[in-house]
Design a protein around this ligand. Structure first.
Ligand code: SF4
Ligand code: SF4
Length: 349
């Protein structure tokens, strides 16, 4: 066992300490197991060139249980584990308002046997971690558990640690939202951080909501298979239609998410592409700002009204052009004459 290496030193071994003991359904862990770019198995087996050796400590995927599973978390809190990345799944409850109990915990204090709250683990581990990764919308921005009327006062990791938090590796929290995370979005981000820890990648680029810029810089709508229908003002009015779903609740035009481009598992799926409206699950205001889910978004009323007039005209014109484009040239025939317009250079004899 060894102390973490100072910031800026390339490492050849990284532990991933993953807690899903926040307010969570473990869905991000389950989703992550479907990644292929790269898969968690390839990362752990050392099959991705250049990555440090990786040890994963995640309760859903670990063969160890009880004290054996908890041991690396305690070692990390004593600076005895070496370099580690802390992954937090689930929103963080407010233990200042827990009454006589606690909201959520992971393991027990060895001396007292009392539960250790997830907040205490975050306080112990986050400042020691080389990087801190919030997996899923609950951990990034609070998500479902943090909606209006919740009793736990829960919040995202940056609300808890502070938006200007810096890890031992000098990084801000890295947020990968999604309910759940898109598997490859998570693994690609983790892989970047591992390459960075190995000294083989520059600092990960993040936007001001701490999301990787290359993953969350575009909207759902910009990658949607149905965007051609939107542009032509051709809308679905029920969920059996292949047309644009904005009138039946899709928030895609204003939501930062890449699943329409990337697909869900191994390139397949991606909500609106396969018939699901975008309910904005990656967004900081999810879910309250986007409810009720199956109503037309307020902005969509105006924009789809404008598109309906313009789109209908464009659609008609394209139908005419399409009919023309669907005809073979008139000189393709088997009559005893050539009508292709061929001009011989020398007259035939
Ligand atoms: S279904 Fe949604 S994301 Fe797709 S084109 Fe329509 S509004 Fe845009
Ligand atoms: S398309 Fe919308 S609902 Fe689907 S994952 Fe992206 S943000 Fe969530």
């Amino acid at each position: 066992m060894s102390a973490p290496k100072p910031a800026g030193t390339a490492v050849d071994e990284v532990h991933i300490l993953w807690t899903s003991e926040g307010m969570s359904c473990d869905g991000d862990t389950v989703s992550m197991t479907n990644a292929t770019l790269p898969s968690i198995e390839d990362v752990m087996l050392g099959l991705v060139p250049g990555l440090p050796k990786v040890y994963l400590h995640n309760k859903v995927l670990s063969p160890e249980v009880g004290d054996e599973f908890m041991a690396p978390f305690h070692q990390a809190a004593r600076d005895e584990l070496g370099t580690f990345i802390l992954v937090v799944e689930g929103s963080i409850p407010n233990e200042k308002i827990n009454g006589d109990g606690y909201w959520t915990s992971m393991g027990n204090h060895p001396e007292t046997g009392e539960p250790i709250t997830v907040n205490e683990w975050i306080d112990r581990l986050a400042p020691r971690a080389w990087a801190v990764l919030a997996a899923g919308t609950c951990a990034t921005y609070g998500g479902i558990h943090a909606m209006a009327g919740n009793p736990t006062g829960c919040m995202g990791l940056a609300d808890y640690l502070g938006w200007d938090f810096r890890s031992a590796g000098g990084l801000p929290i890295v947020n990968v939202p999604g309910c759940p995370i898109q598997p490859d979005n998570f693994m690609e981000t983790l892989t970047w951080l591992l390459y960075q820890a190995a000294g083989l990648a520059p600092t990960i680029p993040l936007d001001d909501l701490l999301r990787p810029t290359w993953l969350f810089g575009k909207t759902v709508h910009e990658g949607c298979d149905r965007a051609g229908y939107y542009e032509q003002g051709d809308f679905a009015y029920d969920y059996n239609s292949p047309k644009c779903q904005v009138k039946i609740g899709c928030w895609g035009p204003v939501v930062n998410c890449n699943v329409t481009k990337r697909g869900w598992m191994d390139g397949v799926g991606g909500c609106p592409n396969v018939g699901g409206i975008c309910i904005a699950c990656t967004m900081p205001g999810f879910p309250d700002k986007f409810m009720p889910f199956m109503d037309q978004p307020p902005g969509g009323t105006l924009s789809s009204a404008l598109t309906t007039g313009y789109g209908a005209l464009v659609r008609r014109l394209r139908e005419v052009t399409n009919r023309t484009a669907n005809k073979e040239p008139k000189w393709h025939h088997n009559r005893a004459e050539l009508t292709s317009g061929y001009q011989p250079r020398w007259p035939r004899r």
